[in-house]
Ligand binder design. Structure first.
Ligand SMILES: *Cc1c(COP(=O)(O)O)cnc(C)c1O
Length: 459
């Protein structure tokens, strides 16, 4: 609405006094300021990032990152010839990450940015498939039954197996064993195994799978059978945590059997949404047939992605984070998060009705717990998650599929942007929620299917 020819007020405008269109384009344009405000108002109903303890993704981004993202909004990272410095910065990130993951020759390896770990996992998986198939062809053996062995994996590996026609042999969880073990891997490997994928930071419990012991077991298997099975590590979260705060855990290219690793820059890499990484141990570990050559400063550059056009912003922000924080900065930030996670775990434990499944001390910053079997309470964990939403907290509750009997667990991730005071407020709210549910039992309990959408969101 205008007054004397000037814009007057968003909320007195015609567009805010009627429903805006939801199913088809309107014929006439609207005032952009008004529409922006209407959309921003609607988005207020989404949870605020800081209180979202269900996500692994970075939600605290400084003003410099906002500025870099803004300046890069029109740069297409795939156009290497037009944006050679973006390509250069992406390469520097690959070198830095290869070094961080102890590649034997970090300046001469191969790797690339992706939209996230899901795409990175597909690329890692495809390389495994190609390597296996070539080997099988050389031996004159059939190539129609590839399989992949994982522990309890993130959904991207289910997608990979489905889309690329691979049998997924996912090791199920058992009572008191939530991770893959060398014994369980050995039960499933055979000549058609394209690779084994341990996870560094399992989605469900935040723990690290023991890559070294799995690698050792596969060494032994090779000695006995001659079959050489490579490892790809899904280090979506742990890839940007372990190198800084758990440097003594041997999980990366220090193990010769680890041929490729993926990580999410937009999780503990502290970068904004839209960037993941995959790096191969050595150039030879990525089959040449998978690589396309693109023009780059008059020359040719290797390219291997599923996606094409994408903003340079998250890649440039990743480089900013690497240079701005350095190793010690990342360590300080992640150690602070570990401290808050451990604190929350201790406080939750004190309440006496929960069993701690992961105490936050040895893997990702965060905690996971379940209700004690004999906890004499009026509510389940889904009810508690629902109640915590009243104060804005998102706490993931979900079903762990365990061979003997499924259990429901609750999981909290601690990320950059959290503080001890926030942790205390969270605990106070948790106690208040429990008191409330005890005093006012629900007529009908929240169940797993009510919560499906929030679970999907959380992974
Ligand atoms: C988050 C996650 C993924 C998927 O990563 P995106 O970056 O969200 O695509 C894959 N694996 C694990 C273990 C994860 O935590």
């Amino acid at each position: 609405m205008t007054l004397n020819g000037k814009f007057y007020d968003s909320y007195a405008d015609e567009a805010s006094c009627r429903p805006i269109s939801k199913f088809k384009l309107e014929d006439e344009p609207n005032d952009p300021e008004v529409i922006k405000n209407l959309i921003l108002d609607e988005l207020l109903l989404d949870v605020n990032g800081k209180q979202n303890l269900a996500t692994f993704c970075q939600t605290d981004l400084d003003k410099n990152i906002h500025e870099l993202m803004d300046k890069c909004i029109d740069k297409n990272m795939i156009e290497k010839d037009e944006y050679p410095q973006t390509a250069e910065i992406e390469n520097r990130c690959v070198n830095i990450i290869a070094d961080l993951w102890n590649s034997p020759n970090p300046t001469d390896t191969i790797g690339c940015s992706t939209t996230g770990s899901s795409e990175a996992a597909m690329l890692g998986g495809l390389a495994l498939k190609w390597r296996w198939r070539e080997q099988r062809k050389k031996e004159g053996k059939p190539t129609d039954k590839p399989n992949l062995i994982t522990g309890p994996v993130q959904i991207c590996w289910h997608k990979f197996a489905l889309y690329f026609d691979i049998e997924l042999r996912e090791i199920p969880m058992e009572q008191d064993r939530y991770l893959m073990t060398p014994e369980e891997v050995l039960k499933r490997v055979d000549e058609n195994t394209i690779g084994v994928v341990p996870t560094l930071g399992v989605t469900f419990t935040l723990q690290y799978e023991d890559v070294k012991s799995i690698s050792d077991a596969l060494d032994q298997y090779q000695k006995e059978t001659g079959i050489n099975i490579p490892i790809h590590v899904d280090a979506a979260s742990g890839g940007f945590v372990a190198p800084f705060i758990q440097p003594n855990i041997i999980w990366d290219f220090r193990l010769p059997r680890v041929k490729s690793i993926n990580g999410s820059g937009h999780k503990y890499g502290l970068s904004p949404l839209g960037v993941g990484w995959v790096v191969w141990r050595e150039k030879e570990d990525l089959h040449n047939d998978l690589v396309f050559e693109v023009d780059y400063l008059g020359g040719l550059m290797k390219n291997f992605t599923l996606n094409f056009s994408r903003s340079a912003g998250p890649i440039v922000s990743q480089y900013y984070n690497f240079i701005r924080h350095g190793r010690n900065g990342f360590a300080k930030i992640h150690n602070a998060c570990v401290g808050h996670g451990v604190f929350i775990g201790e406080q939750v434990n004190k309440l006496g009705i929960f069993d701690i499944i992961y105490d936050g001390k040895t893997a990702l910053p965060g905690v996971a717990w379940t209700l004690k079997k004999d906890a004499n309470v009026n509510f389940n964990l889904y009810d508690l998650s629902e109640r915590m939403k009243i104060r804005g907290w998102q706490v993931a509750s979900y079903l762990l599929k365990i061979v003997e009997k499924n259990i429901v667990i609750q999981r909290v991730l601690v990320r950059h942007g959290f503080s001890r005071d926030m942790a205390q407020i969270f605990i106070d709210d948790l106690i208040r929620s429990i008191d409330h549910l005890q005093k006012h039992p629900l007529v009908s309990k929240t169940n797993h299917t009510d919560c499906q959408s929030s679970i999907k969101k959380s992974i």
